[in-house]
Design a protein around this ligand. Structure first.
Ligand SMILES: Nc1nc2c(ncn2[C@@H]2O[C@H](COP(=O)(O)OP(=O)(O)OP(=O)(O)O)[C@@H](O)[C@H]2O)c(=O)[nH]1
Ligand SMILES: [Mg+2]
Length: 315
């Protein structure tokens, strides 16, 4: 049996092997991705993003437990967790911490956890994450939880992989609400104020709700006004409600056609990212090295500008 076939039959070891090939972007990994592609496209991808330490992993742990036990006792969802840290080139401390926070899930054959860190380019990380998510999807996981740290462009790119994006904040943002990056609010389908056991949770919820309502004036049908929810991830408080809101969002996407729009946008982005990379590397391989160096030194000596350099490279 091929590696792809045994992954499709549900073998965990094959899944782990495939993930390694895909993360390292090997020729075997690419071939397997091709084989798996027609089998993907069913999972609900849920992104969990927010600043360091807001409680994302604790929430992911609680959501996973919910999907394993509460949704339907006789037929629980299979849950994949992808933890991505664009700020760290190492799979170091944060991920060791995650092992502790997610230990409730250890040994459950219906849960698979994969941690990834940045190795070089951030664009590359989004592409690798997309590929890893495709693998889990093809492997038949019903829900894929994608945790990313931070609030920069890399996180936004990774968050776009999700159908439903949760942005996690904590109380105490209070007066400092402007500090929330507009970009991160734009990607939020649900806003979670975690650590609601700490002072200022209600004020933060109110402030965020006002801000969202101002940004979504046309609050009629066909619009999704991101709900704001308080949670205490360490105790599991609010998790049931959060899961209900996530299910409502999935239903909303299906009914409005938004699901299809997101899929299309995602696949187009993925295709174009690959196209850019391939065009450049094929062109570069075909371009004579000494001519390239000559243009580069003209540029460095300021005989030509960067635009002129590119004009010459392409003419
Ligand atoms: N008081 C309180 N503490 C919490 C809550 N949720 C998480 N914590 C604590 O906050 C700390 C960070 O939690 P994590 O779940 O690791 O947060 P994270 O956002 O995944 O952190 P990074 O991945 O490092 O960005 C831990 O010590 C948790 O126990 C909560 O609802 N209330
Ligand atoms: Mg974490």
């Amino acid at each position: 049996m091929t590696l792809a076939a045994s992954l499709l039959s549900g073998d965990r070891l094959s899944l782990a092997r495939v993930l390694t090939q895909v993360e390292n972007d090997t020729p075997v990994g690419r071939q397997i991705l091709d084989e798996l592609f027609p089998h993907a496209g069913k999972a609900h991808r849920i992104g969990i993003t927010g600043a360091p330490g807001t409680g994302k992993s604790s929430l992911v742990n609680q959501l996973a437990r919910h999907y394993r036990h509460t949704v339907d006792g006789s037929n629980p969802y299979r849950v994949a967790i992808v933890a991505v840290d664009p700020t760290s080139p190492f799979t170091g401390g944060a991920i060791l911490g995650d092992r502790v926070r997610m230990r409730d899930l250890a040994g459950d054959p219906g849960v698979f956890i994969r941690s990834m860190a940045s190795r070089g380019s951030l664009g590359g990380l989004a592409a690798t994450t997309a590929a890893v998510v495709q693998v889990f999807d093809a492997a038949g996981f019903d829900v894929i939880l994608i945790e990313t740290v931070g609030a920069g462009q890399a996180e936004v790119d990774i968050a776009r992989l999700a159908h439903t994006t949760l942005v996690v904040e904590t109380p105490g943002l209070g007066d400092d609400i402007q500090a929330i990056k507009a970009g991160i609010l734009e990607i939020a389908d649900v806003l979670v104020i975690n650590k609601a056991d700490q002072p200022g949770a209600e004020a933060a919820e109110r402030a965020l709700r006002n801000m969202l309502e101002m940004n979504h004036p046309a609050n009629g049908t066909g619009f999704w006004l991101p709900p704001v929810l308080g949670t205490v991830a360490t105790e599991g408080r609010g998790v049931q409600e959060l899961a209900a809101v996530i299910a409502r969002h999935q239903e909303f996407l299906r009914q409005t056609g938004g699901w299809h729009v997101r899929e299309r946008f995602l696949l187009q982005t993925e295709m174009e990212t690959i196209l850019h990379a391939e065009l450049v590397s094929r062109w570069r391989a075909a371009f004579p090295e000494d001519a390239y160096r000559k243009i580069l030194s003209d540029l460095v000596e300021r005989r030509i500008s960067p635009y002129q350099a590119v004009e010459r490279l392409l003419s």
